[in-house]
Design a protein around this ligand. Structure first.
Ligand SMILES: Cc1cc2nc3c(=O)[nH]c(=O)nc-3n(C[C@H](O)[C@H](O)[C@H](O)COP(=O)(O)O)c2cc1C
Length: 213
């Protein structure tokens, strides 16, 4: 079972990156789980435009490798990101915009005239850091990245296993939160390894009916 762990903060060794490291340590306790950690910043990805919408350009070799892996050879994708202006860093947003060609079947529409998701083989988990305290994020959850990321990847057809948010700006030093991330990593990798499905919460999340093959 292969899992890609994508670290999407420009600040290495800080909050979301450290959450991801603890999550990876947890995943590694499960047998037969292979984790590859990638810093999204290291991958050259041009901004989305119609001309590059069908796939990576010649200059985007690493992006091609990554999208090939995600579309064919990966069972799980973990995204760790900070909250930037109620959203995610621009290059993570651009990455998500650019992967349309592996994420959606652009030739098919479902009953509601929506594109059909292609990432049904992927189990997702999101780790999100922010400056807003957890209690406020709980109330305003719909304005924070975990909500949006869940929605996008459900639209892409992926299975969303869960998301964790930390509002402590010193998360990298917070043993309690990091231990929680470790435990979540164990649980997530177990779900990937055993082929269990997404949780109840994700199943009741509305999503457009998909075409049955
Ligand atoms: C440009 C910028 C925008 C930010 N916007 C938000 C925001 O909208 N909401 C929030 O809760 N925190 C916001 N923050 C705080 C970061 O999300 C927070 O410091 C986070 O822990 C950084 O994570 P990192 O260490 O993984 O990069 C912002 C920080 C920066 C630099």
């Amino acid at each position: 079972m292969k899992i890609i762990a994508l670290s999407c903060s420009p600040s290495r060794g800080r909050n979301s990156d450290t959450m991801l490291d603890s999550f990876i340590d947890g995943m590694k306790t499960i047998p037969n789980i292979k984790v590859e950690k990638i810093y999204l910043e290291d991958i050259y990805i041009e901004n989305y435009k119609y001309q590059n919408s069908k796939g990576p350009t010649e200059k985007e070799e690493d992006f091609k490798l990554l999208t090939d892996k995600i579309s064919k050879d990966t069972d799980g994708l973990v995204i760790a990101t900070p909250t930037y202006n109620f959203s995610v860093p621009a290059y993570l947003k651009n990455f998500i915009d650019r992967i349309r060609f592996i994420a959606l079947d652009l030739t098919k529409k479902n009953k509601l005239d929506q594109l059909v998701g292609l990432l049904g083989h992927l189990k997702m988990y999101f780790l999100v850091s922010g400056g807003t305290p957890n209690w406020a994020e709980h109330i305003l959850f719909f304005t924070f990245p975990p909500f949006w990321l869940r929605g996008v990847f459900l639209y892409f057809g992926a299975k969303v296993i869960g998301a964790s948010y930390s509002g402590d700006v010193h998360t990298f030093n917070n043993k309690k939160i990091l231990k929680k991330c470790f435990n979540k990593g164990v649980k997530y990798a177990h779900i990937v390894a055993t082929g269990k499905d997404q949780g109840i919460l994700e199943n009741i999340f509305w999503r457009p009916p998909q075409i049955k093959e």
